[in-house]
Design a protein around this ligand. Structure first.
Ligand SMILES: Cc1cc2nc3c(=O)[nH]c(=O)nc-3n(C[C@H](O)[C@H](O)[C@H](O)COP(=O)(O)O)c2cc1C
Length: 163
């Protein structure tokens, strides 16, 4: 028996955010976003129309780690799998810790035809981890920096609402 398979319904309902781009990594236009699933929209606060045709750089900001991005570029150019984590920003400006994996998808001729990525918001998980680290060492620089980024955003939001 042949089972009907609706791949788009499956993609749209995956728990992780999914993004598909073209294989041009060169700024300013590349890589261009071709598809994002619903989980990705929910995580970032953007609508599909605001992302299709743009580059994923739209998610980057002040605390985004350039060395992680450089590593992504080199990995994809070498046709390797990239795993990484850095601060990204939702449409409303809120920072969140993005954890993602990115890799080429090959066409029938053996050439990459898309880059695909799987994304997860790990801010809450990192908050637990960093709190534990502060219990061990209240001066842990990485943990303090993590909470400073979240605090900076909350304080600037409060100033906007109560000038
Ligand atoms: C499929 C794919 C997904 C990407 N997702 C993100 C992302 O979620 N966050 C991010 O900061 N950069 C993401 N990037 C990286 C940027 O698009 C860009 O490649 C990176 O900033 C390095 O290039 P640049 O040095 O020219 O900016 C993604 C790239 C690709 C190809």
């Amino acid at each position: 028996m042949q089972l009907k398979f609706d791949w788009l319904i499956v993609l749209e309902n995956l728990r992780r955010g999914i993004m598909v781009t073209d294989v041009n990594l060169e700024p300013p236009r590349g890589p261009r976003i071709i598809y994002v699933n619903r989980a990705f929209l929910k995580m970032t606060g953007y609508s599909r129309d605001e992302l299709i045709g743009k580059t994923p750089r739209i998610l980057q900001g002040k605390h985004t780690d350039r060395s992680v991005l450089q590593r992504l570029k080199s990995a994809l150019q070498a046709r390797q799998v990239f795993h990484g984590q850095t601060w990204n920003y939702r449409k409303n400006g809120e920072p969140f810790m993005m954890n993602w994996t990115c890799y080429p998808i090959y066409g029938e001729r053996g050439k990459p035809i898309y880059f695909v990525s799987e994304h997860e918001d790990v801010t809450e998980l990192e908050e637990y981890r960093m709190k534990e680290r502060l219990l061990v060492n209240p001066f842990d620089p990485e943990a303090n920096q993590f909470f400073a980024v979240l605090r900076e955003h909350r304080e600037s939001k409060a100033r906007r609402h109560h000038p």
